[in-house]
Design a protein around this ligand. Sequence first.
Ligand SMILES: Cc1cc2nc3c(=O)[nH]c(=O)nc-3n(C[C@H](O)[C@H](O)[C@H](O)COP(=O)(O)OP(=O)(O)OC[C@H]3O[C@@H](n4cnc5c(N)ncnc54)[C@H](O)[C@@H]3O)c2cc1C
Length: 384
Amino acid sequence: MTLDTLSRTCYSEDHEAFRSTVRRFVAEQLEPHAAKWDEDGIVPKDVWPKAGELGLLCPTVPEAYGGLGLDFGYNAIIDEEIGYGTDVATGFSLQSDIVANYIIQYGSDEQKQTWLPKMVSGEIVTAIAMTEPGTGSDLQALRTTARKDGNHYVINGSKTYITNGQNADLILVCAKTDTDVQPAWKGVSIVLVEANREGFKRGRNLDKVGLDAADTSEMFFEDVRVPITNCLGEEGKGFIYLMSELPQERLGIAISAQTAAQRAFDMTVEFTRDRKAFGKPVLDFQNTRFILADLKAKLQVGWAHLDWCIARHIKHELTPVEASGAKLWHTELQGEVVDKCLQLHGGAGFMNEYPIAKQWRGARVTRIFGGTSEIMKELIGRSL
Ligand SMILES: Cc1cc2nc3c(=O)[nH]c(=O)nc-3n(C[C@H](O)[C@H](O)[C@H](O)COP(=O)(O)OP(=O)(O)OC[C@H]3O[C@@H](n4cnc5c(N)ncnc54)[C@H](O)[C@@H]3O)c2cc1C
């Protein structure tokens, strides 16, 4: 089974031709190392330039800044092929779908010239640091400050759960440049911080329930000085930028969730066909067929919805509320699929040597990061 057997409606022939390049890369460069990287808790940095060489990082970066100037459909294909071809969590989508977008949309020409070509080539790895030990969902309450001192900001605070945290060379730090202004969101800015700045320290590579190879870290900022030209876009507009760009992050998570659910489903069909109980394949029990039939129908609906979202996003028409709906629905579907598929594996499902165990562990977080399911409902609810 591959993703080719689904009749997709959001992609052109060029998109689909690109798919084979990604698939080959996943099979040759990622999947063979999955076990080692999971054990290490990190994907080594030297994989990034290999992805960059094939155009698999930040495909939407304009040609003027070293990119291919393609549409979001190419990001989606990369997310799908990685999600379907391996359980390794690479952190590529964080760079391609999220960080690159902020710099493309709001960066100065100098920031674009400095960072985008290196992000495209994989020479550097990036992260975005919003969440803090004291706040995640409520971003207005963040406590990290970037205080102006002459032509510099002095940054103090700490961040946690930051994807690519150990590997990152450049971090987009959300900080308060004004702690007095009301409403509080008007004081939030996004500041680019190079990891070699004095006073910046990485904390632990956190021990997670799943996504073992993704380095997720604490970060500490103690009087870190950066020039005020490192502010992304306008000072005090950070919260508005986050609200404008989070939909793409949420769509990316929805794509990965739907794809990972399809992978778990396909593997379970194979497993239950081979596994015998009471003298017949587990797939032959009516209960198994009904569960899988139900999931197959939901996956079918899911693909149709996802194609609609991707097509709308390529045309820049997907609304924040629609993106929240997509993240909510596809990640909840993923949770249902992996849980039911694990059950159909019996005891093998609880053994880490079977992929479904890893998929079940990894799926749990998609309902949490990028905004929890509850926050998605809040956002959708506000549109009523
Ligand atoms: C593996 C992983 C990777 C991550 N990567 C990054 C990253 O790269 N960068 C980054 O900045 N962050 C990252 N995060 C953080 C992630 O985005 C947050 O964990 C998430 O947004 C939830 O915030 P929180 O953990 O503070 O939970 P809290 O906000 O404390 O929420 C706790 C519970 O309260 C609920 N809740 C909160 N507010 C409301 C409300 N208004 N109504 C109803 N229920 C509510 C939540 O839904 C949740 O169930 C990552 C997290 C993980 C686990």
